[in-house]
Design a protein around this ligand. Structure first.
Ligand code: PA5
Length: 324
């Protein structure tokens, strides 16, 4: 399986392959909404696509459940992703999508999902196996980008796609993460973003949880200004480290509120890291920040002497629910 570091460094190569895989699939032009169904590392490509499609006219829903919403129907594109192809909730969502007569596109490395797609003749993108699901993000995200751009569901130029892959390749991010991870040590990270970038916050949380093996939580602006901030006076806050992931394109109201919350947290002696996204396009910013978060989680795991790839608790839960 290799190391997590190999897996992080392999993401740009995956992205190039993923683009080619995705470009082989064309989606009907009369799709009215898109639902992404997938869990954990196979769910995050949907969250990121939702962020990228925020400006598009096609509504996007991210579904992390056994059932799809009732509106799913003939004009819905259901994108069903499971790296193993055996995740219970995702298989149930796939069956729901077929029953609801959605146009379905599946992405997997094999398992039951591949079997079902082959017998149902469902369009299927097969990605290489042998990885941990969350580190197959290059394949997933760029296969979706390849497919959606050529099907007219999303407008991103080839030049931007190339720049995004170059951002994934940027070795500076590893160096930056090696400095930054020290600030996270011994604390529970609270990852804060605008609502538009919730998918990015979630990717950081997942990397910190699954690879770094620490609790981590996300919050979005401006909602957290209406509830979470009331906890800031609690002595429990000393155990947290707040991470503000900022974009110069954040709404001015979001920017003001981030500054206000940051000041309040600092007054309460809560430690804070600020990350300013860099790049000419949201996709480039996302790619660069995803790699930074993955490297931070890797350094935390390395520091703690933990194997980031193994996820024994996730496996245990899957085994327990499989038992009759
Ligand atoms: O990254 C992981 O290992 C998990 O988050 C999995 O992605 C999650 O459990 C779902 O499994 P799969 O991706 O095989 O559908």
């Amino acid at each position: 399986m290799g190391s997590i570091l190999d897996a992080i460094r392999a993401i740009p190569r995956q992205a190039r392959e993923g683009l080619q895989l995705g470009r082989r699939v064309r989606i009907r032009s009369d799709i009215q909404h898109v639902i992404f169904a997938g869990m954990g590392g196979s769910g995050i490509p949907g969250d990121l696509m939702q962020a990228l499609m925020r400006e598009s006219r096609t509504p996007v829903t991210v579904n992390k459940d056994y059932k799809l919403p009732a509106f799913a129907g003939q004009n819905t594109l259901a994108v069903v992703i499971s790296y193993s192809g055996d995740t219970e909730e995702t298989l149930a969502a796939y069956r729901d999508a077929i029953t609801s007569r959605c146009t379905v596109l599946a992405i997997t490395s094999g398992g039951k999902l591949a079997e079902l797609c082959q017998s149902d003749k469902t369009p299927l993108i097969i990605v290489p196996g042998g990885l941990v699901p969350r580190q197959a993000l290059g394949y997933f995200l760029f296969a979706l980008l390849g497919c959606f751009t050529q099907s007219g569901l999303l407008a991103i130029t080839d030049d931007t796609l190339e720049q995004a892959i170059m951002a994934l390749e940027n070795t500076e991010l590893g160096r930056k993460a090696e400095e930054l991870f020290q600030q996270f040590k011994g604390k529970v990270p609270l990852i804060y973003t605008s609502q538009a970038l919730a998918g990015l916050g979630l990717r950081w949380k997942q990397a910190l949880n699954e690879n770094g093996k620490i609790p981590a939580y996300t919050g979005t602006f401006t909602e957290l200004c209406h509830n979470e901030v009331e906890g800031s006076a609690s002595p429990l806050m000393k155990g947290f480290h707040a991470v503000f992931i900022r974009d110069e394109r954040d709404h001015p109201g979001v920017q003001k509120r981030m500054a206000a919350v940051k000041a309040i947290l600092k007054e309460k002696s809560v430690t804070v890291t600020e990350i300013m996204l860099r790049g000419d396009h949201l996709l480039i910013k996302l790619c660069s920040a995803i790699q930074l978060g993955d490297y931070i989680a890797y350094f935390l795991a390395r520091d703690a002497g933990i194997d980031p790839l193994d996820t024994p608790v996730i496996r245990q839960i899957k085994e327990r629910v499989r038992k009759p």
